[in-house]
Design a protein around this ligand. Structure first.
Ligand code: UD1
Ligand code: MG
Length: 460
């Protein structure tokens, strides 16, 4: 016999429901909590608990779900929504004869891999046929109740609509997550009927079937009952977001990040932040953003899918899909658009926009400047109000600026143009031709002073 600790683990995730209360054009499980779909949160938890294979049961808007979630999981289709047991039956061919299988819902994003691991551990240690994840709640309305005998042994699950008065008072509820011995689930599914108040095939009936065949059935009470919360409405989506936000912020604080105001700080689950960085109020850190150590981020900044090195400050700014090297200051009020590479010891000041450009080390772009589709060298100084004119109305062109060039205030660099090393651009110039190294380029009309012009005009 294979030792149970070595046995295979897979997971079935039910996601066929319509989610009418969301009042949405989209499948419920594709709504996002902190940047990640409800279903992907559950898939992530199942994988981190050790599920090798995952089968998602889709129904309503199933094609859309498959397209969005992709090929890392398998799918089964439930054409008609005839109950949780019926949904699992659709995945029958996925259920193996050996090992264990988790059954989860696609709309419970707060479930963690750790909790699923303890469910599996209990299941295997107690050699249960099935182990239920239950919760003790103040208001059990609507949930299935876990009924135990006087010794605390599991007797049955009763659905709210089928429960008598005594059973309705029980506040240990079925969280809707289970670890089954695969073979026993497969067998029990064959015996399900829809002989109940809802005329549904209840997955919960498998519990008694398995028990009646002489196997142990038990429920593990989850420590934090939030973990079983399902999302059925936009209000619950917001509630779950707040809980997850808090959980993520606490994790970063415990790892040495200062979060000045956790209430207004939204950090998506995959973001990494180095020690002694400070996150000021009003920040949204998204996607696969990585922030180094000793950074000061915010107030009021959004950083999406970007890599920020050590000792960087980002104030009142937006950084999207870009990299920023160490000791650089961004903002206040800067906009770093995708595919930009900002060097180290750089200053990107107020009302500066950078798009699809590289900025070399020690370059200063202090105010009111647009740099688009340009490769800028090191130690370049941009005067106030420079514009890289990258678009001619039809095509985008690239401009290069060599090391140590000086760009005077209010210059236009009409792309494509090359400004070589140490070139000097006079303020107010519109540059349309390349500028050789060390040259001064002046491209504006010479000033004329007409003496006494004002007096003469008054006399007229
Ligand atoms: C179910 C349990 C109940 C438990 C509760 C926890 C049953 C019979 N009851 O109740 O004991 O307390 O979960 O939340 O299992 N789904 C499908 N296809 C279906 C039916 C459901 O995919 O035909 C999916 C839904 O999309 C949802 C999940 O299964 O994600 C649960 O369905 P729901 O109807 O909410 O279960 P309950 O009846 O509330
Ligand atoms: Mg129901």
């Amino acid at each position: 016999m294979i030792s149970s600790s070595l046995s295979e683990l897979s997971a079935i995730i039910l996601a066929a429901g319509e989610g009418t209360r969301m009042k949405s054009k989209k499948s419920k499980v594709l709504h996002k909590v902190l940047g990640k779909e409800l279903l992907n949160h559950v898939i992530y938890a199942a994988k981190s608990a050790g599920s090798k294979k995952i089968c998602v049961v889709v129904g309503y808007k199933g094609e859309e779900v498959k397209k969005e979630i992709g090929e890392s999981v398998e799918y089964a289709v439930q054409e008609e929504r005839l109950g949780t047991g019926h949904a699992v039956m659709q995945a029958d061919s996925f259920i193996k004869e050996e090992g264990d299988v988790l059954v989860l819902y696609g709309d419970t994003p707060l479930i963690t891999g750790d909790t699923l691991k303890s469910l599996i551990d209990t299941h295997r240690k107690e050699n249960n046929g099935v182990t239920i994840l239950s919760a003790i709640v103040e208001d059990p309305t609507g949930y299935g109740r876990i009924i135990r005998d006087e010794n605390g042994n599991f007797l049955k699950n009763v659905e709210h609509k089928d429960a008598n008065d005594e059973e309705l008072r029980v506040n240990e509820i079925n969280g809707g997550m289970y670890c089954f011995k695969s073979k026993l689930l497969k067998e029990a599914l064959k015996e399900l009927t829809n002989d109940n108040s809802q005329k549904e095939y209840y997955l919960t009936d498998t519990l008694q079937i398995i028990l009646s065949k002489g196997h142990r059935v038990n429920a593990l009470v989850v420590k934090d009952s939030n973990e079983i919360l399902g999302v059925n409405s936009r209000v619950q989506l917001a509630e779950v977001t707040q809980i997850m936000k808090k959980r993520i912020n606490i994790r970063h604080m415990e790892e040495g990040v200062t979060i000045v105001d956790p209430e207004t700080t939204y950090i998506e689950p995959d973001v990494i932040i180095g020690k002694d960085s400070i996150i000021n109020p009003g920040c949204v850190l998204k996607g696969r953003t990585v922030i180094g150590e000793d950074c000061i981020i915010g107030p009021n900044s959004t950083i999406d899918n970007s890599k920020i090195a050590d000792n960087v400050t980002v104030q009142y700014s937006v950084v999207l899909e870009s990299t920023v090297d160490s000791d650089t200051n961004i903002g206040p009020f800067a906009y770093i658009r995708p595919n930009s590479k900002i060097g180290s010891h750089v200053k990107i000041g107020d009302f500066v926009e950078v798009k699809n450009s590289t900025i070399g080390d020690n370059t200063k772009v202090s105010h009111l400047t647009y740099i688009g589709d340009a490769d800028v060298g090191e130690r370049v100084n941009f005067g106030c109000g420079t514009v890289v004119v990258n678009y001619d109305g039809k095509n985008k062109h690239r401009t290069t600026i060599g090391n140590d060039a000086f760009i005077g205030c209010n210059a236009n660099l009409v792309s494509p143009v090359a400004i070589d090393e140490e070139a000097f651009i006079a303020a107010g110039s519109t540059i349309t031709e390349d500028v050789p190294a060390k040259a001064l380029a002046i491209a504006r009309t010479r000033q004329i002073n007409k003496s006494n012009w004002v007096t003469k005009r008054k006399e007229k």
